[in-house]
Design a protein. Structure first.
Length: 323
């Protein structure tokens, strides 16, 4: 059921909606514009479906309609570096050609200045891995759905294509955490487990955490069975196939865990809607984007050039307590 986006929603929503902006690069990222200003020490974003979005601004989305039977299993082998319009698949466990996928990961490492990246096969569980010093290159750790670190230069990565990437920044502790949250992980308590880890290992309470529910399938597109509603603790729907807004459920759970509503935001993007610049599993895409979160290395200069310089100037105008 396609509908226009960013979707207008009733204002009763407890979390502010934001639209991620393009950060150009060899691997364009959609980044949280408020966080880019408030947390210049953080690198954050979600890769986009087509490497060419930075050039065309996403205006040729009509040419990239999904749901056709040829879309599933389609794995173009080029287009890692933007401008080609080819799919920018980052999936390591999906059967995509390894060489092309690894080239994209390496380009992203160069763009962000993070020489170390961590990732894992995701299992819809609640385990969150704490990373201290990590080796250069791409580190694959045992299966889990969340990562956390205070180590500058270590880029956390989860793959998504409808599930919710949950970005968490704890400014006082200078810590970051990134979760992959599908309905099973949410029902299993991955958000609560992650917030408990933040407090235990970093001394950061949920009320200090800034959280963003990134690009994911929206509350009108995500039709699920009654058992999913029940597993999430929602009222049993009267009819089958009623949709669930997983990001709304996550926001409610974050608030229940003590989060400050002023620190919660939700992406206005739906991965499933027809004009989305992201892969959608439900939409028949085999590809995966990755969400990334890390702490910029202290010695990292000016990779994206003007983009970072602009945001440094913005930062210098911010009151110190907001940084
Ligand atoms: Zn949607």
């Amino acid at each position: 059921m396609p509908h226009p986006q960013p979707a207008a929603r009733p204002d009763r929503e407890p979390a502010r909606r934001v639209t991620e902006e393009i950060r150009p690069g060899r691997i364009p990222l959609r980044v949280h514009p408020e966080w880019a200003r408030a947390f210049p020490w953080v690198v954050q974003g979600t890769t986009v479906r087509a490497g060419g979005e930075a050039r065309d601004g996403g205006r040729d989305r009509a040419a990239r309609t999904r749901t056709g039977p040829t879309r599933a299993g389609h794995h173009p082998t080029a287009g890692a570096d933007g401008g080609t319009g080819e799919d920018a698949d980052f999936g390591l466990f999906t059967g995509a050609p390894a060489g092309a996928v690894m080239n994209r990961w390496e380009s992203l490492a160069e763009d962000t200045g993070c020489g170390s990246m961590v990732h894992a096969r995701q299992v819809h569980g609640r385990a969150v891995t704490l990373h201290e010093a990590t080796p250069p290159g791409l580190l694959l750790v045992p299966p889990c759905d969340g990562h956390a670190t205070r180590q500058a230069g270590t880029l956390l990565a989860v793959s998504v294509a409808d599930c919710v990437p949950v970005f968490v920044v704890a400014p006082r502790a200078r810590a970051v955490m990134l979760l992959h949250a599908g309905w099973r992980g949410v029902a299993g308590g991955i958000l609560e487990a992650g917030l408990a880890m933040l407090e235990r290992d970093f001394g950061a309470h949920a009320r200090e955490a800034h959280m963003h529910m990134g690009p994911a399938i929206c509350g009108r597109c995500y039709e699920v069975g009654r058992e999913v509603h029940e597993a999430l603790g929602l009222p049993r729907p009267a009819s089958r196939g009623q949709p669930v807004d997983l990001r709304r459920v996550l926001v409610d759970r974050a608030l229940a865990a003590g989060a400050d509503p002023a620190h919660l935001t939700t992406s206005s993007f739906c991965t499933r809607c027809a004009d989305a610049p992201f892969f959608s599993h439900r939409g028949g895409d085999a590809g995966r984007q990755i969400a990334v979160l890390g702490i910029t290395p202290d010695d990292f200069g000016s990779p994206g050039g003007e983009w970072l310089d602009d945001h440094r100037r913005e930062r210098d105008r911010q009151p110190v307590e907001d940084r």
